[in-house]
Design a protein around this ligand. Structure first.
Ligand code: PMP
Length: 453
């Protein structure tokens, strides 16, 4: 046996983060992680947003330790346990009002599996097959969720996926698919009200949704569901304008199409509100949650309005739906996020963080836009030497990769995403301190300066 092969060389080339960032992490607490050489980093990846309370929050550790000490059964599938009951109680106490009398289904435990469940439910109840999704969307890596993704490169090698999925442009405030650009606004965007151009884009996008859902001429039969992220994450941190959310909600309601809000990444305080969909008035029929609600352990659920409860027992199953450790960690996390007011704190800190990022990079033409909601923030980097036809320079993925590497040198772990992977993404734990965010800002400034051509 070739026992000399190091463990990392046994990993498939599909792995991503470890390939890009050459660190071996051995310790974590709060927003900090430490590598095997003793160097510390601020973790702005935070388990891709799963670690709302950071690493080893005392409330989460205690909840996990309690399960171990009491010898509670670790996995019971759908058999009730007090831990499971408590998780459901904690979650329903804080759900958006429109879903508080709804039903919960434990999934996966991945976000992708929960999106699959949501789509299956909508198709089952409506008897329709069509689905509406958005450019730039990310809902997971299964073949069903890839059909919904807005990123062509992720699905093209796979041949036909789910049929009957229609994509509409997402009303972004920068690089708008509708052409209206916030001209010469290199540091703009990200504000709650959005730009005038963003408003126009949202109006056009809304009309397109109405057309797709309600107009015989569109050739699109009313779909079973429209699936949307209230803030697109992997797609490059694009908040959905409230004006567009209102149109999407009313048009789907009129068409008898269920609205699925994918809050896998935005849920539980990340965007400065407990639920990003509630903040923009989306009022979904089905809410998809994962990441933060498991306190860093694998957990994913859908919550749907009670009237949708029209499917058979076993219609969606999976071995690991609702592990006791994850339910305990999740219940502790929900309680702590609410107790400590971490959503409101994310709003305050996020606004300041975005302002500081704009300031540290002021005048640098490589900053396309700083945007986000709460502590879900992205900086789109561009190549100022290559203006595209509409006046917005081309997104610069190699610059973002260089900034990412340099930030690691300066002690900060960040993610990249969006078109051409040109958006540097910040998803720190909601417990991140102001001092740590200041260090992230200065690391970003230093990284930008050090990759100056
Ligand atoms: N939906 C959204 C909005 C996500 O951000 C993600 C993960 N980044 C997923 C779904 C998929 O979740 P998972 O990776 O757990 O399958």
């Amino acid at each position: 046996l070739d026992s000399d092969v190091p463990p990392r060389q046994r990993e498939s080339s599909a792995r991503s983060y470890p390939r890009r960032l050459p660190v071996t992490l051995v310790w974590g607490r709060g927003a900090m992680v430490r590598d095997s050489g003793g160097l510390e980093y601020i973790d702005c990846l935070a388990g891709a947003g799963a670690l709302a309370l950071g690493h080893h929050h005392p409330a989460v550790d205690e909840a996990i330790r309690d399960i171990l000490d009491r010898g509670a059964p670790l996995s019971t599938l759908d058999l009730p346990t007090p831990v499971r009951d408590r998780f459901i109680e904690e979650l329903f106490r804080v759900l958006p009002p429109g879903l508080r009398d709804g039903r919960i289904l434990f999934c996966g435990p991945t976000g992708a599996d929960a999106v699959e469940a949501a789509v299956k439910l909508a198709r089952t109840v409506t008897g329709r097959s069509g689905l509406l999704a958005f450019g730039g969307a990310y809902h997971g890596m299964t073949q069903g969720t890839l059909a919904l993704t807005g990123r062509r490169s992720a699905k093209e090698p796979l041949g036909p996926l789910l049929p009957d999925v229609h994509h509409l442009p997402f009303p972004t405030s920068y690089r708008s698919p509708f052409g209206a650009q916030p001209r010469s606004e290199p540091h703009g965007g990200g504000g709650r009200s959005g730009t005038a151009a963003g408003g126009a884009a949202s109006g056009m996008a809304g009309r397109l949704v109405e057309w797709a859902l309600g107009d015989d001429l569109s050739g699109i039969a009313a779909p079973a569901a429209a699936v949307a992220e209230p803030v697109q994450g992997e797609g490059g941190v694009h908040p959905m304008p409230a004006m567009f959310a209102a149109t999407l909600r009313s048009a789907t309601r009129q068409a008898g199409t269920f609205l699925i809000a994918d809050e896998v990444q935005t849920g539980l305080g990340r965007t400065g509100a407990l639920w990003a969909s509630e903040a923009i008035g989306l009022d979904p029929d089905i809410l998809v949650l994962s990441k933060a609600i498991g306190g860093g352990l694998p957990l994913a659920v859908i919550i749907h309005k009670a009237v949708l409860d029209g499917w058979q027992p076993g219609a969606h199953a999976g071995t690991f739906r609702g592990s006791t450790l994850a339910l305990a960690a999740g219940a502790a996390t929900i309680r702590e996020v609410v107790r400590a007011g971490l959503a409101e704190r994310a709003d305050t800190l996020g606004r300041r963080f975005m302002e500081d990022l704009r300031t540290v990079a002021a005048g640098d033409p490589r900053i396309g836009q700083v945007r986000g909601r709460g502590l879900m923030v992205g900086v789109e980097l561009v190549d100022p030497e290559s203006p595209a036809a509409d006046g917005v320079p081309v997104a610069d993925g190699s610059l973002a990769a260089a900034v990412q590497r340099q930030m690691l040198q300066h002690g900060v772990i960040v993610e990249v995403g969006g078109g051409r992977d040109a958006v540097v993404r910040f998803l720190p734990p909601l417990t991140v301190t102001e001092g740590q965010l200041d260090r992230v800002v200065s690391a970003f400034g230093s990284a930008l300066a050090s990759v100056r051509a």
